[in-house]
Write a protein that binds this ligand. Structure first.
Ligand code: AHR
Length: 586
């Protein structure tokens, strides 16, 4: 290849916000992932499966969920009635929590634990909190004696140090004599979180994101924002304040999330990475229901309050709440996306209602529409692409044709999903090729983010993803490393380039005959040219942009006309699918 770069005629400047990340609560990306909490269902809120993953641990133990004094709250007490200790030498009876597919402990890792418990009658002997290896042996324990039988909540705190690595440790809370105690909240955090916060992020995962040096973080979804029904949408107000009282979200991706990683924590995470927060709000639309326009006001108010919480002075209602939550300084939130992939029905009218209310009060807020709207001048429009490598190669050329005077574009989600398995080099190459087009079209495309960012390998409801992890380890797929390369190596300006290709190395036919191409696995091809000398005999494209099943077998190049043609000599087939090298002519 000969690459010519014209440094004398610089094109558009590269957008400083170009490469960022999109975080969604999917695949246990947050709960059981980035959010460092080890205990699943810590406030007994799980409306999907009430006790998950709490189990009886010991001989004769009964568990019962009791409501708290706040009937509106999803939280419960877990009443643990131990009638008799286990008959083994350990003699414990109580409850166990296996975390998220096991509690991961590194050798020497330290943990900070908290339990809120209520005792109605005095305990005989201690309440024993233990971190146990997968085989049940004790890694660390703390014995609480002299607990008051007050009938009130008591908060117990302790530190653990694990002497060894275990991917499937679990926590037990037991007594050694018959007893009844009510658990309100059980939490266990590594002391070394990414941000050194007690309510922090898992260090290795957060570091992998920080290493991308993202310009922005779009959060918290995705479909997670919408919910399957409106009751299951993400509600930021329930995601702030004391952890014990947060309202969980029944995530449409199949699990409940505690929202311990809530609105405040998302904003703080962005702040720590010096990344612009992009908050996606629900616009009254879910997968199965929409709120009519005349009932949209509470949703608009929620968006206004969210902006006030992030940016308002401490004298404002929500600014004061932010200060109370520990962050008096404003966050300077500048981007709000109105809905996610909701660009149908009356979206345009909804967008107008959000636009008018938000711009009237916060003119500096940039509003992202999730489809092209006519009602109001959106600041950006969010395009999503999930397809094959070949699609991305084609689409790269299409980006050059984006209208120059239309709404600037944010490509909020993109990934090669076809033929990508759990992430592979072919997918990463397709994405990288596409990103070169994103960069050279910087005058129109201002931002882009790969999706999804994370997957817990025990709950991969969406493939592929950028970062895969289990309770102890994590790695980046080739797509992660493609993002890494682009995001960490940013240009200043687009320089015009031309590429000269040497003669094709594709197979040369040297005999005549009817052309029949055979190929092995290619699912798609485009602009496959059969040439003779300078003459293009045929330009061939596979049918449709997205064949759902791979095409294999034989394909007759020639249609009726071609069949009658003696192809002569010196035929060449050039182009086609770059990944398709296994084709021959006869
Ligand atoms: O990234 C996974 C999902 O893909 C997102 O939730 C949604 O926006 C898109 O359809």
């Amino acid at each position: 290849l000969t690459l010519t770069v014209d440094a004398n005629h610089p094109g558009p400047a590269l957008s400083p916000l170009q490469h960022g990340v999109f975080f969604e609560e999917i695949n246990h990306a947050g709960d059981g992932g980035l959010y460092a909490e080890k205990i699943q269902n810590r406030a007994f809120t799980n409306g999907i499966v009430a006790w998950t993953p709490w189990t009886e641990n010991g001989a004769v133990v009964h568990l019962n969920l009791l409501p708290t004094s706040n009937p509106q709250s999803a939280a419960h007490y877990l009443e643990v009635r131990v009638e008799r200790g286990a008959a083994n030498g350990d003699a414990w009876g109580g409850v166990a929590n296996t975390g998220y597919w096991g509690i991961g402990t590194h050798k020497g890792e330290t943990f900070r634990g908290q339990i809120v418990v209520k005792l109605s009658s005095k305990l005989v002997g201690p309440l024993v909190v233990a971190l146990r290896a997968a085989d049940g042996t004790v890694l660390a324990e703390h014995r609480f004696t002299k607990l008051a039988a007050s009938g009130n909540d008591q908060t117990l705190e302790y530190l653990f140090r694990s002497p060894k690595e275990d991917a499937h440790a679990f926590l037990t809370i037991t007594t050694q004599a018959p007893a009844t105690f009510d658990l309100r909240f059980v939490s266990l955090f590594p002391t070394d979180t990414f941000d050194h916060q007690t309510n922090g992020l898992r260090a290795d995962l957060a570091q992998m994101v920080a290493d991308l040096k993202p310009s922005f973080v779009r959060f918290p979804g995705g479909c997670f924002v919408e919910g399957d029904i409106l009751a299951h949408r993400f509600r930021w107000r329930g995601s702030i304040g004391p952890l014990m009282d947060r309202t969980p979200t029944d995530d449409l991706w199949g699990y409940q999330c505690d929202n311990g990683l809530g609105y405040l924590e998302y904003l703080e995470w962005c702040e720590e990475m010096h990344a612009e927060p992009i908050f996606v709000i629900n616009c009254g639309m879910s997968h199965k229901q929409n709120v009519p326009l005349d009932q949209l006001q509470p949703y608009i108010q929620s968006a206004l309050d969210a902006i006030e919480y992030a940016n308002g002075p401490v004298t404002s209602k929500w600014g004061a709440q932010r200060a109370k939550d520990g962050h008096p300084a404003p966050f300077h939130l500048q981007y709000i996306e109105v809905g996610n992939e909701d660009g149908f029905d009356d979206y345009d009218a909804r967008f107008a209602m959000f636009y008018d209310a938000i711009k009237a009060r916060y003119p500096y807020i940039k509003l992202i529409a999730d489809t092209r709207v006519n009602s109001r001048p959106a600041d950006l429009v969010d395009d999503h692409y999930y397809a094959s490598t070949l699609f991305f190669v084609r689409q790269a050329a299409a980006l050059d044709n984006y209208p120059r005077n239309a709404t600037p574009v944010y490509i909020g989600e993109f990934a090669v999903t076809r033929g990508a398995g759990h992430g592979n080099l072919n997918a990463a190459l397709g994405e990288a090729y596409f990103m070169t087009a994103i960069e050279r079209n910087s005058d129109v495309i201002k931002m882009a983010s790969y999706a999804p960012l994370f997957a817990n390998v025990n709950n991969m409801v969406w493939n592929p993803d950028a970062i895969l992890f289990d309770s102890l380890h994590a790695y980046g797929t080739p797509s992660y490393w493609a993002q890494w390369m682009f995001s960490r190596n940013r240009g200043d300006v687009v320089l015009p380039t031309t590429v000269e290709e040497p003669p094709s190395s594709n197979k040369v036919l040297d005999r005549g005959g009817i052309g029949v191409a055979t190929w092995a696995t290619s699912a798609e091809f485009t602009d496959l040219k059969v040439t003779q000398g300078d003459k293009v005999l045929w330009t061939l494209n596979s049918p449709g942009a997205f064949p759902l099943t791979p095409q294999t077998g034989q394909w007759t190049i020639a249609d009726g006309t071609a069949r009658q043609t003696d192809l002569g000599t010196n035929l060449r087939a050039v182009g086609g699918d770059p990944s398709w090298t296994d084709y021959t002519f006869s």
